[in-house]
Ligand binder design. Structure first.
Ligand SMILES: [Zn+2]
Length: 592
């Protein structure tokens, strides 16, 4: 183990040519050296680990080389080069401004600048993280930078260019280092792996490169880490497991389900992802990038923007071809929106699930057609009242969906499709002047009834008869009520307070038709009252009972209004079900 050298050090480039991913920049530097047009100060900017310090060192070595080759590279054999390579040259000084940022540090550097080189032509001063210098140190340095001795070259490096004073910027030649492309990184990792006799799958190296995010130093240290835990056999599976990377297969699977409108399958996949310990936001972020990648793969002109191995790329291309471009635009928009609101959301899981539901509803060739047809379907008013009573503010009920799109229900669509249908119904009916609210008959055109019948056989019985003047009075259970209640709440988009209130309480059912809701404070009660028209209308329609009413009352609670803490929740459960206490006592359970 004592001979082990980390790859980032072992494979640090020693010539400009071997620097990865900064070709135009190194060429410029080489040309400047060859033409003897050296500046006194350079500023190297760019993210960490992309080769700024490495290039500075190569630069210092090259301008001091006694016998540079024609290409403008250091020979690596002369006395000067050897002393550089063995890190014993006196012509290079490195100051890490992150830890030495005081005026005194700069003064001692300035002292050194005064002493001319004993051997070689130039003394090179590399100041790393130069933006960390204190303002006083900057000022002390400025003078030297203005009138440096002939033999002195300063190379300032920074990850944060915007923090450098204009007075410094104006005195430097500025070089912007790029993030290193994934293909370049992968190629270099392949080289290192072959040197180290490590076997690998290209996809695995690609994951490492993505994780390193353009930094070669990071890529190499992740590489070392992976080599050590895989025992020198780097596979895609081992890499994603050990680096905690979400397998892109999940995204492929999900996309397949989005396209087929399979909500349940998507929810289950998401559940599996959470079960593997991934954060919801991590997932959403990944999904957003995935859609973006699909989009760039769709167009041969933009495919260069997607950097991965060819095998993966062709997989992306295939899936991208299956996706409508509008689907991708919308999908990126929706998932990005979810990503942005994620942190503020109180029910994060639901937020992501809602995203999945929406994505499922996006892509559906027949949806728009069907939807139009349904919306335009004449509703025969059986009761003259139907035309006059239009108390439903359409906006309120449309909140569950952005654009009402009718999902195609294939016969094997699992229950998840049902959720969709519910949302759809509410959206549709909101756009129609329908008056279930007032207890007037819910008119359903025969056509619509039939198509619904195919889709949802279980809930048909009451609706069929309702074409007559008779009001629907379906009986239902409290669980049915809670299900619809939560459906409504889950689809509230803007009224977050109301949404949370609704999700935090479960309504009771009295005498089969009275929805009894207890809230903890007047504010919540008011929010519910405000929503009651639309809410009751929705519940009447969904539960097929025009006689539903809602009661809201405020229950006094001492201090904690909502059971946030585990102990509070426990007390709440016990108060609802005293047998729980007995269970706890008998088994001597303890709540930590
Ligand atoms: Zn040399």
């Amino acid at each position: 183990m004592e001979n082990y050298i980390v790859s980032a050090r072992k494979y640090r480039p020693s010539t400009f040519r071997s620097v990865v991913g900064q070709q135009s920049l190194t060429t410029t530097l080489k040309n400047a050296i060859r033409n003897n047009k050296l500046a006194h100060a350079y500023l190297f900017c760019g993210p960490r680990g992309v080769g700024k310090t490495t290039c500075a060192r190569i630069f210092a070595k090259t301008i001091n080389c006694l016998t540079p080759n024609e290409d403008g590279e250091a020979c690596n054999t002369c006395e000067s080069c050897v002393s550089f390579n063995e890190q014993r040259s006196y012509n290079i000084h490195e100051l890490d401004a992150a830890s030495n940022n005081s005026v005194d540090d700069i003064r001692s550097l300035i002292e050194q600048v005064r002493i001319p080189p004993q051997t070689g032509k130039y003394k090179v001063y590399i100041i790393d993280e130069v933006h960390m210098l204190s303002p006083a140190a900057f000022n002390a340095f400025l003078k030297t930078l203005e009138e440096p001795p002939r033999y002195a070259v300063f190379i300032l490096a920074t990850t944060e260019k915007h923090k450098i004073l204009p007075t410094i910027l104006s005195r430097c030649q500025i070089y912007d280092f790029n993030r290193i492309g994934i293909n370049d990184t992968v190629e270099y990792l392949e080289y290192v792996a072959s040197q180290e006799h490590v076997s690998f799958e290209k996809e695995a190296l690609s994951v490492i490169a993505q994780k390193a995010d353009g930094g070669m130093r990071d890529a190499l240290s992740i590489f070392d880490q992976v080599v050590s835990f895989t025992g020198g056999n780097i596979t895609y599976q081992s890499v994603i497991e050990n680096l905690n990377v979400l397998d892109y297969e999940y995204y492929f699977k999900l996309t397949g389900n989005f396209l087929q409108n399979k909500v349940s399958a998507c929810l289950l996949i998401f559940n599996e992802i959470l079960g593997k310990g991934f954060e919801g936001q991590h997932f959403v972020g990944g999904l957003t990038s995935f859609f973006r990648d699909l989009l760039v793969c769709k167009d041969p002109e933009t495919i260069v923007l997607y950097e991965v191995g060819d095998a993966v790329k062709s997989k992306y291309q295939t899936v991208a071809q299956a996706c409508d471009v509008n689907f991708l635009y919308k999908a990126i928009e929706l998932s990005n929106e979810c990503d942005l609101t994620y942190r503020a959301s109180r029910n994060k899981r639901l937020l992501v699930e809602l995203l999945l539901i929406r994505l499922c509803r996006l892509m559906n060739p027949q949806s728009t057609e069907d939807d139009k047809k349904k919306t335009l379907d004449p509703i025969v008013p059986d009761d003259p009242e139907t035309n006059t009573i239009q108390t439903v503010p359409s906006q309120v009920v449309t909140t569950p969906v952005q654009t009402p799109v009718v999902p195609v229900q294939d016969s094997n669509t699992p229950s998840g499709g049902t959720v969709d249908l519910e949302i759809l119904k509410s959206a549709n009916s909101a756009s129609k002047p329908r008056s279930g609210l007032s207890g007037a008959p819910v008119s359903v055109s025969l056509k619509e009834t039939q198509s619904k019948k195919e889709e949802k056989k279980t809930e048909e019985k009451s609706i069929v008869g309702s074409t007559n003047a008779e009001l629907p009075r379906n009986s239902f259970t409290r669980n049915d009520l809670i299900e619809k209640w939560n459906l409504y709440a889950g689809n509230i988009k803007e009224k977050i307070h109301l949404k949370n209130t609704m999700l935090n309480i479960s309504p009771d059912l009295k005498n089969g038709e009275i929805i009894s809701v207890s809230v903890y404070n007047p504010e919540q009660a008011q929010k519910l009252q405000e929503e009651s028209t639309a809410l009751v209308e929705f519940l009447r329609r969904e539960l097929k009972n025009a006689y539903l009413v809602m009661e809201v009352d405020i229950t006094e609670q001492e201090n904690t209004q909502i059971a946030y803490m585990e102990t509070d929740k426990y007390k709440l459960f016990v108060s609802k079900n005293p047998q729980l206490q007995q269970l706890v006592n008998e088994f001597r359970l303890r709540l930590d």
